[in-house]
Design a protein around this ligand. Structure first.
Ligand code: GLC
Length: 474
């Protein structure tokens, strides 16, 4: 019964992902940060290439989508034992706080797996839209460290702190995901009115004092994260509908939800110099990089960007989630890096505090691939023509070398007798080799076209997976 209940919820929320994408269009109004420390950190971040995203909260106990099932948007439907009406459901959802006890929580295990796979930064949901704080906030008792939450008795109860410390120890850059909307807070969804949709449920212009309280609450929570959790590199702010806009016809979609980002930024950067702010989809001064969601732009973008993507279908833990095959994950990373972006890959911890074992297998496959091919990913930059057919290019920043990733259709690489592609401006090509193979390669370069001959033995037994990566030294 419970299984069926979980699945039906998940299907509907999957539909929501597609819907949400429209809200996450990339910006063409990028503003280069004025603060040189931010620019430096941004440049360092762009070199990280691959990061780990984690959506985790009490919702993992039901195996339903993060937060969205308590949203009254009219595309959301609820099934299962508490679905008779909205308020019964929301109450039961909030009550998940009293049973959340992820005793297998062991962030060091995640660090090891992520590190081996070549991930270099982490972004964690310190608070999602439902308002449950996965850190020890003083602003609310709807939090992981409240006595009502069984896990509060655990020595590692401040989950955010434990995650950040564990990853920082291994030199990961640290990103705090924080939802601006808060569906638990009485000054965002004022209980006097029923919630109408994902927006604030009263007009902030009409009730400025109430809205001010919400602004202060948000400011204070972010300040706690900026002061009590060590060095933070990225403040990843979700819920782009919380933004300044003109009130129009009493329409909640157009309520002016100005949270005073300038004040938040000043405070945050006072504590965390050079902090990267990602006020996603809002555009302008506080969206230091853009975050295409579940999609890879088909060409390089002229500003820093990161694709965020789920390893399965869902952002949150779902018992039988369908994981993407390793070949797809690796090749997605190659495509993104060839276009100058980063990949933030989401893996969701389950209610017991650990990942699905399949996630570890996927990261192990990526790790094996990285051992051979990672040099074409890290320290690289995009280079025209970026790709040609199934071949994707990067250029080393440090040495005179180009990398050409020949993407395989199957897991096992079977190279053709000749690999040909056009390359511009390689005047003195000195050497062509294939990563993971010691065999000498013959090649001819003329009129911009490179023809690499693949010896018969190598065609049959390159022993490579997902891609054959050629290095062109010049
Ligand atoms: C989508 C989901 C949201 C999730 C986000 C991550 O917008 O609706 O719940 O946090 O993706 O990028």
């Amino acid at each position: 019964m419970i299984q069926k209940y979980m699945l039906s919820l998940c299907f509907l929320v999957y539909g929501q992902v597609a819907l949400a994408q429209n809200e996450h269009k990339m910006s063409d109004t990028y503003q280069i940060p004025k603060d040189s420390l931010v620019r430096q950190k941004l440049a360092r971040w762009q070199d990280q290439k691959f990061g780990l995203f984690m959506h985790w909260g009490t919702y993992s106990q039901w195996g339903v989508a993060e937060s969205w099932t308590i949203c009254p948007d009219d595309w959301v439907t609820r099934t299962g034992p508490y679905s008779s009406d909205y308020f019964t459901y929301k109450k039961a959802y909030e009550n998940l706080q009293t049973t959340f006890n992820p005793v297998n929580f062991n962030p060091e295990k995640w660090v090891r797996a992520a590190k081996a796979a070549g991930m270099n930064y982490v972004v964690f949901t310190t608070k999602h839209h439902d308002g449950f704080s996965m850190f020890d906030t003083k602003q609310t008792d709807y939090k992981i460290t409240d006595p009502k939450t069984p896990f509060s008795k655990n020595p590692r109860a401040d989950i955010t702190k434990e995650i950040f410390n564990a990853f920082r120890k291994d030199n990961f850059m640290i990103g705090a995901y924080f939802s601006k909307p808060d569906w638990h807070n009485e000054n965002y969804w004022w209980p006097y009115y029923p919630p109408k949709d994902h927006n604030v449920n009263y007009d902030p212009q009409r009730y400025p004092e109430r809205w001010q309280k919400f602004k202060d609450f948000t400011y204070n929570q972010i300040e706690e994260l900026m002061t009590g959790y060590g060095k933070i590199d990225i403040l990843w702010l979700d819920g782009g509908w919380v933004r300044p806009s003109q009130a129009k016809d009493n329409d909640p979609q157009h309520y002016n939800q100005d949270i005073d980002m300038a004040r938040i930024a000043k405070m945050s950067r006072g504590h965390q110099p050079g902090l990267i702010m990602v006020d996603r989809t809002v555009t302008g001064e506080f969206e230091n990089y853009t975050t295409p969601e579940q999609e890879v732009p088909d060409k390089p973008l002229s500003y820093p960007w990161e694709t965020c993507m789920t390893i399965g279908k869902y952002w949150s833990y779902v018992p039988d989630d369908e994981f993407k095959p390793s070949i797809q994950l690796v090749q997605t990373l190659i495509k993104i890096v060839s276009r100058g972006g980063n990949l933030l890959l989401n893996i969701a911890p389950g209610p017991n505090g650990d990942w699905n074992p399949i996630a570890y297998q996927r990261l192990q496959d990526i790790a094996d691939w990285m051992k051979i091919n990672g040099q074409g990913i890290y320290g690289s930059e995009p280079v025209a023509p970026y790709s040609a057919g199934n071949i994707y290019f990067t250029r080393s920043k440090a040495k005179r070398a180009l990398y050409a990733f020949w993407l395989s259709e199957k897991d096992t690489v079977a190279l053709p007798p000749t690999v040909s592609f056009g390359v511009n401006n390689i005047k003195q090509l000195k050497k062509v080799s294939l990563l993971g193979s010691a065999q000498k390669l013959k090649w001819r370069y003329s009129n911009g076209l490179l023809n690499i001959q693949i010896p018969g033995t190598l065609q049959k037994s390159a022993k490579l997976k997902y891609s054959g990566t050629f290095v062109l030294e010049y």
